[in-house]
Every structure is written in structure tokens, then in C-alpha cells.
Design a protein around this ligand. Sequence first.
Ligand SMILES: O=C1O[C@H](COP(=O)(O)O)[C@@H](O)[C@H](O)[C@H]1O
Length: 268
Amino acid sequence: MALYGADNGRGELRIHDSIDELSTDLADYIAELSDASVKDRGVFTIALSGGSLIGLMGRLCEAPYKKTVDWGKWHIFWADERVVAKSHAESNYKLAKDGLLSKVPIIPNHIHSINDSASAEQAAEDYEFIVRQLVRTRVINVSQINDCPKFDLIILGMGPDGHVASLFPNHSALNKNDEWVTFITDSPKPPPERITFTMPVLNSASNVAVVVTGIGKSEAVHLAIDNVGPNCPLLPARMVRPSNGKLVWFLDKSAASELDNFSQFSQS
Ligand SMILES: O=C1O[C@H](COP(=O)(O)O)[C@@H](O)[C@H](O)[C@H]1O
């Protein structure tokens, strides 16, 4: 792995030779954050995304993590969800349940999933209510800067268009600053109805990891991380900059291949 602390303030870059190496590093990183949070506060609050990410987190279900992680202290949330039934193939909940949550001993009522029998607008409202309750009872920390929930870890994927969670380029949801959870009904990527954490919530987390693999996302990685000048399209992934937290990018070599300094990484 090549490790590079980006000097342009866009986070630490961890560039991996293979998916296998990335998955192990990601599992180590999550297990370390979980240990630290459990030691510090007695709980670990983690918000997941959907897509290819869950497969890349699969190592967590294997030795040694399956036994050494304190799963009973985890509280699971979703940074975004599609407004479909929990049994639907497009559900981020189903993906996580099948690929991770059913394989480790997480306490069922620590799995804070989204109401799948409501409209997008109502589901967003309900989810914000759940998050507010858990902030009030101090399961979730609160940001001293803006009173937003401060998750111990928000783990994001990124689409080839640079979207994170369900915050898409040029969409009005990107500018929602007064809500913690919002909804969209016109997602450019199906399914159209989704709910999502807003950018202030992403940027209030103690830790944000963005996990990206594959050549098809290399252009978006470049636009999200490099100094690309004023005419660059404002990608949601580029707007992820935790105000009082740490950002780490987990990339494979293909996703990293269009970074300006990629040749330096590949020699290290
Ligand atoms: O629609 C979504 O897409 C992104 C990226 O997914 P990927 O399959 O290209 O990795 C995902 O992070 C998000 O949670 C999901 O709803």
C-alpha cells in the first residue's frame, strides 16, 4: 500500500495494489476506530452506504475481526437509502444485512434502518427523528460546531459521477444545510426515490472514509482530490471535508490512476 497524506487538505490517501489488500486495510481501519470509540464512549456509531462498498467490507466477517470486534457496542445507520422495501434487491439495508449484518453478532435494535413503508419525504422525517432521539440520549455524539450529529464513522462509496450517499452533482439536495436528513424523488441513478444525510452531517463526523475502486471512477477521483482549478465541476465527493474530523480515501490503483501524483504513488 502507498500511503499519502494529501497536502491540499483533501484527506489521507491509501492506495492499494489489489482489492484484497484494500479490504484488509479497510477492516483494520474500522476495527481500530471501533476499539477507540468503545474505549472512549462505550459505543461505536457507524453510518454505511450501499453499492460496491459492502462487498469491500466483507473481510470484517472473517477472522480475526469476527471475534475481536466488540459488535455488541455497534450502532448501525445508513448515510443513504433507496425508498424501496427492505427485501428489495435495490435496498441498501438488504445489501448490508446479507453481506455483513447477518454474519456478525450485532444487537438487532442497534440496527437503525429506514422506514420502508412511508413516502420518501416521510421516511426522511422519520429517520431524522430517530437520529435526534439518539443524539438526545447521547448514543450519537454531537458536533460542538453546528449541533449536527457526530458519527464515529461515516463510510461512503462514490459513483462515477462523483456522487456520495444520495447527494448528486447539481442537485438541490446538495445545498440543504438546515436538515440532517433529506429526500429526493428524481435520482439520476435508479431507483429515483431516496433519502440521504445532508452534507453538514457528512462533514460533522469524527471520521469519514471514502472507498472507491475501478478505472470507471478514476476521473471522478481526480476531480474530487486534485487541485483542478476554478472551472472544475463541483463534485459532491469534493465537498466532503470534515470540519473537525479525519477524512481517509481507500483507493485501488485503477481508481487512483488519474491522480496528478499517481506516478509517485506507484513507485513507492
Ligand atoms: O446509489 C448509490 O451509489 C453509491 C456508489 O455505489 P457503487 O456501487 O458505485 O459503489 C453508493 O455509495 C450509495 O450508497 C448508493 O445508494
